[in-house]
Design a protein around this ligand. Sequence first.
Ligand SMILES: Cc1cc2nc3c(=O)[nH]c(=O)nc-3n(C[C@H](O)[C@H](O)[C@H](O)COP(=O)(O)OP(=O)(O)OC[C@H]3O[C@@H](n4cnc5c(N)ncnc54)[C@H](O)[C@@H]3O)c2cc1C
Length: 526
Amino acid sequence: MEPSAPSTPDAVVIGAGPNGLVAANLLADAGWSVLLLEAQPDIGGAVRSTREVHPAYVHDTFSSFYPLGAASPIIRGLGLEDHGLVWEQAPAPFGTPYVGGGWALVHRDREATAEALERQHPGDGRAWLRLCRQWDRVGPSLVGALLSPFPPVRHGLGLLARLPGAGGLGLVRELLSPVRTVLDSELRGTAPRLLLAGNALHADIPLDSPGSGLMGLLLTMLAQDVGFPVPRGGAGQLTGAMGRRLEQRGGQLRTDARVEQVLVERGRAVGVRLAGGEVVRAGRAVLADVSAPALYGDLVAPDQLPDRVLRAMRRFEWDPATVKVDWALDGPIPWASAPEAAPGTVHVLDSIDDLHRFETELRAGHVSDRPYLVMGQMATADPTRAPAGGESVWAYTHVPQDARSGPPGFTGRWDEADKDLVAGLFERRIAELAPGFADRVVARRVLGPPDLQARDANLVGGALGGGTAALQQQLIFRPVPGWGRAETPVGRLFLASASAHPGGGVHGAPGANAARAALLHARLPG
Ligand SMILES: Cc1cc2nc3c(=O)[nH]c(=O)nc-3n(C[C@H](O)[C@H](O)[C@H](O)COP(=O)(O)OP(=O)(O)OC[C@H]3O[C@@H](n4cnc5c(N)ncnc54)[C@H](O)[C@@H]3O)c2cc1C
């Protein structure tokens, strides 16, 4: 992967996360010469995998399941299957085990989901299928609208046209409602509540806040449309395929190349300076797959930026921090009660009130001693991740960016002792549902917030969404009020990361929006 970069590529892309890779690919497709500069020794950003936990096991270092990627026309349009990507699916996309036995499960087949819900609470099966039919009418336009530049003209109009037949404004009200309101509607049993709310929290939107219903429904319905797929061989195979595609089109990838400065002349980006001093000029554009606060005021000097942007960056709201634990097991997770179909993703929560309790602690700056967990059992989805019969498992939870308190002994330093303490809380909670879990562990890795950031500078303080997804920082407010697009106050410089609309997740939209904006501006006179 060593470079023989063209002296002045048309575009320099900073950061080889999925968004940087998408942007670079689309520019190469348009015939531009592209140089992609990545600070880490490997490309992939938060889509990477490794054998560092145990040499016989593959573990994803950060993200794992890609329903948004599978649904995204941008990622699908890259044809990554021609570059070695193979998607795998667990028998069921996701589920939640009940403490007293049994599971709430979403199946790939909506009829199967409905049957299971009906068995647990008569009436819920029919209500579920009604919700699915409403989704069918608006879902594709909604996904299209989310993944287009804001405002989404074409898909927005498509969405409006479908509303009357889809249950109309009632459905829109539900989508924009807090997930609690959605759940107070027709679905009465425990299972749909756990399923929708477990997904709502992926997007750091409080359960009581507008928009949490949309995220819960979006991921749940996508699970039945496209599943929760994983790349065979590890998350890194997804970004690896993007890298191979780029190189095949003449793009250059350079790792261990951290950009320290965007060079600006007469209000326009003309290149970058690397750590170590090397200057690389860009003929037509610089695209930055870095966080908004890293771009504005750090890579771009403050005196090149309007005060308004600098003020907005001082108020920029990060999403909560993350702690992730990976385990190599010499057998499957010993669930106390086996699910009827094994889910790849498991949400560990007792009830909606339990989730609410966790959220309240998080917002109060307290590290919960009973964390809500998102878990993955990866060999269940992709047997290549572990030796035969073994399992490659991870779980993460959110912790406050500035933890003010926590369980006895917690210091907030995120040293080995803090990480051990929090990993122990994970294991205690999992053991309630899977007694004997600890006996199957052959290796473990704990990544605290500083470890995540050291492996990917965009994960500031362990934030995984590039900034909060709450409404005050979405759409036209992302990342700066009034912006909402890839263009920046500096000419020929474009923000291509999850800090731009529509935010976190592996769907490629910020990268694609930035590439389109760069191509458009290059055609404009002057
Ligand atoms: C623990 C975790 C779990 C997640 N789970 C999921 C999931 O299951 N499904 C899902 O869809 N999403 C998930 N996400 C979110 C998803 O991974 C991110 O939203 C996505 O990777 C963002 O892509 P990006 O390209 O904007 O940034 P990143 O993936 O963060 O990539 C940014 C890249 O830029 C590089 N970089 C930064 N600064 C510089 C610089 N100055 N010079 C050169 N290079 C630089 C970084 O090293 C990095 O490689 C998860 C994230 C985390 C952290």
